[in-house]
Design a protein around this ligand. Structure first.
Ligand code: SF4
Length: 336
């Protein structure tokens, strides 16, 4: 379907700070150098906007939504096969989990003092892409702002570095068709309403097979952890934006080991995936153990902290990302 993405990337970043007068807090809070500068008032502000309908509702036919513990308004939920593909590409550092608060105690499991939404007594979660802070200037703005931005977003062109690759997530390739199919507002419309312009150029869409509603989602895109006790500390650190690599490894491994349509977990895939995530933890990165992704995320967090409010040009991404091996993007002139 036709959308006007030039100069936007609203669905690839958290641009809510641009709507806030005097907002200074833009550091993404996804742990491992992720910082935790977003205020609790911001997290609880009710301005959260969603890319998905409540996924557990999709699996159970339930009606109202649950709040995620993290603060990513545009979480890109990956399928099990996509999680495995990122692991095979050495890009485990790009991945992070999402839990939701249960609406009441009967539908959840108690972990870290929270009632975590669960399926069959197992905490439910997504795995998606991390958003380190990057200096970006969307919507025709002249000055950049540090905004939590997808690890794969090129800050200079506001294009996706994996758009033409096999790793490009189905949810990104289908956006905003899934929102339209679910009768949810699209990010294109939110951007139009906030800053003007025409972003959503048509509302017809092709098939939405990748939505994975109902029981199709279970084990394919909506995962469940078989051992809630193993999540002690992890749910708290999710809410605080302080997940460690080992925390992420536990959830990513369960996702990679899941079986579509069932609650089954493959021990073989669990061990393989966990090793892929944590293997670079205590060692110098090698070509096999870590791609450009991990160093880039750490570098952006460090630069944002050390910038102390100063704003580098988005062009610094050449040094931070491209020189470490990130694919370049074509720019918009090349696409005209
Ligand atoms: S993978 Fe690409 S299209 Fe998807 S959110 Fe990230 S930058 Fe955007």
């Amino acid at each position: 379907m036709e959308v006007n993405c030039e100069g936007c990337a609203g669905c690839c970043m958290d641009w809510r700070p641009l709507l806030e007068d005097g907002s200074e807090s833009t550091e993404a809070k996804d742990g491992e150098n992720g910082g935790d500068n977003a205020s609790s008032s911001d997290r609880d502000s009710g301005r959260r906007h969603r890319r998905q309908r409540d996924p557990i509702d999709s699996a159970t036919g339930d009606a109202s939504s649950r709040e995620p513990f993290d603060d990513d308004p545009n979480f890109v939920a990956l399928t099990r096969d996509e999680v495995r593909a990122f692991l095979e590409a050495g890009m485990a550092d790009a991945l992070t989990p999402r839990f939701w608060a249960a609406r009441n105690e009967s539908e959840g499991v108690g972990v870290d003092g929270h009632t975590v939404a669960a399926i069959a007594g197992r905490p439910a979660f997504f795995v998606g892409l991390r958003k380190p802070p990057k200096p970006v200037a969307p919507f025709g703005r002249e000055e950049p702002t540090w905004l939590p931005s997808c690890v794969f977003l090129d800050p200079t062109t506001l294009q996706c570095r994996i758009h033409e690759s096999d790793l490009f997530p189905d949810e990104c390739g289908s956006y905003p068709a899934y929102n339209l199919a679910l009768e949810q507002e699209t990010e294109c419309e939110r951007v139009e309403a906030a800053v003007g312009g025409d972003r959503l150029l048509e509302t017809e869409y092709d098939d939405t097979d990748g939505l994975l509603l109902g029981s199709q989602a279970l084990g394919a895109k909506l995962f469940s952890h078989p051992r809630p006790a193993d999540l002690e500390g992890i749910v708290d650190r999710t809410a605080a934006g302080e997940l460690t690599r080992r925390d992420r490894a536990e959830l990513i491994a369960v996702a990679a080991a899941s079986s579509p349509g069932t609650l089954a977990i493959s021990d073989h895939h669990y061990e393989w995936a966990k090793a892929r995530v944590i293997e670079g933890e205590d060692a110098e990165p090698t070509a096999e153990s870590e791609s450009w992704v991990g160093p880039v995320i750490r570098d952006w967090h460090e630069r944002c902290r050390e910038a102390d409010g100063a704003l580098p040009s988005p062009a610094v991404a050449d040094a931070v990302e491209v020189e470490r091996g990130a694919p370049e993007t074509p720019g918009w002139d090349a696409l005209e």
